[in-house]
Design a protein around this ligand. Sequence first.
Ligand SMILES: [Ca+2]
Ligand SMILES: [Ca+2]
Length: 172
Amino acid sequence: FKSAQEKNSTILIALFNSLFTAQSFNLSVDGWIACHGKLYLLNSDKLNWSSSRASCVTKGADLVTISSQIEQDFLVSKIKQTHWIGLSDLETEGHWVWVNNQTLNETGVQFWFSEGPTEPDNWTNQDPSGEDCASLGDSNGNFQSWFDASCKKKKKFICEKKMLSTSIFGTN
Ligand SMILES: [Ca+2]
Ligand SMILES: [Ca+2]
């Protein structure tokens, strides 16, 4: 037989579980979409890169980190316009780092545009400070690749966060 204390903890755990499940469910209804244990939000507001990141952070998330072909393909299938992603070379020109501090070598995948002019090109014609922030897709309909762009540009953006509970989505 369980002690009263054990019973209380069991009830507490059950309460927490239903809370988390309800929250995950609500978040997915509120525009968060689930894929392989992560939740993504495609924001239709257009903000510059750092404001986009701040907006994700206020939602308990961050700009998306793309670390696999599966993740890239999933996001490509969801967008029809250019979106900011969580990749920049703001600290050191040419050294691209994700918002979770992983480098492209560490994640092992990169999907820069390479048909014709190769990205990243740190183009300075529009913004003399160059291009230090990465987007998935450009304004010419190339949604399958990454482009570096001026961080001051206003774009839609993708937030990502870990799923709080896998109980209703399975354990992938
Ligand atoms: Ca740059
Ligand atoms: Ca560029």
